[in-house]
Design a protein around this ligand. Structure first.
Ligand code: SAM
Length: 224
């Protein structure tokens, strides 16, 4: 059933060079909404970060979920993307939904770089979200300008994600949660074993079929 806190999410900004919300984005937001309905509203997260925000659909959903669960004054969402057009599009999506800069900040940059100061100031990230470029492509396509950066994942579709994974544990606050979209070709079981070896409990919390792909949301929890 759709989350009533997201009933007003109808004004997603678009740009030809920016990934529009698709099945993977919806699967991630469904998992996020379940998380708010279970543990997050009690935990009252201080810092939520979405890497690779694209249209801003996921980050804006998180800000609206925080507000809907009474955490509007407590939770800051930070969104970022390497694509400058995505940063502008995310800002337009936030404005269209009445989400101001106290509730959600958007910045341009690679992976966790734009969030380093906030991570330090807040003692880590409570919720980290990433729907990465996960499609298997030639390595030369990774990191190209514009819309190509939305999907090109290189070898195993993991070249961008594999640069983030070693930093996740330290970036999370005690009890922090990482939600990440994966497809079968990314070798989810191998990634979960890596995360477990780093001390993060890992599980697939939702999955669906979209066109030719099997999509998963992986959840990793840092112990308190
Ligand atoms: C599959 S799209 C997801 C967009 C949006 N989060 C959603 O779920 O609809 C991946 C996004 O990651 C961004 N991206 C790619 N490489 C990145 C990097 N190194 N750092 C930050 N963002 C990156 C892309 O520009 C793109 O917007």
């Amino acid at each position: 059933m759709p989350d009533p806190n997201l009933a007003s999410m109808a004004k997603i900004a678009r740009h030809d060079d920016v990934y529009p919300p698709a099945e993977d984005s919806f699967l991630l937001v469904d998992a996020l909404s379940s998380l708010w309905n279970t543990s997050l509203r009690a935990r009252k997260p201080s810092l939520c970060v979405e890497i690779g925000t694209g249209s801003g659909y996921v980050a804006c959903s998180n800000a609206l979920l925080a507000r809907g669960h009474g955490c509007g004054e407590i939770t800051t969402t930070r969104a970022s993307d390497v694509n400058a057009r995505a940063v502008e599009t995310c800002a337009a999506t936030l404005r269209a939904h009445g989400v101001d800069a106290r509730a959600c900040v958007v910045a341009r940059g690679d992976l966790l770089e734009p969030h380093r100061d906030a991570i330090e100031a807040r003692g880590g990230i409570d919720v980290l979200l990433f729907n990465p470029p996960y499609v298997v492509t030639p390595s030369e396509e990774v990191g190209r300008d514009g819309i190509a950066s939305a999907w090109a994942g290189g070898v195993d579709g993991r070249e961008v994600l594999d640069r983030l994974l070693p930093d996740v544990r330290d970036a999370l606050a005690p009890g922090g949660i990482f939600l990440c979209v994966l497809i079968e070709q990314n070798k989810p079981r191998e990634i979960m074993a890596m995360m477990e070896a780093m001390g993060l409990r890992s599980a697939i919390v939702s999955e669906c079929r979209a066109d030719e792909e099997r999509l998963y949301v992986m959840r990793c929890d840092k112990p308190r």
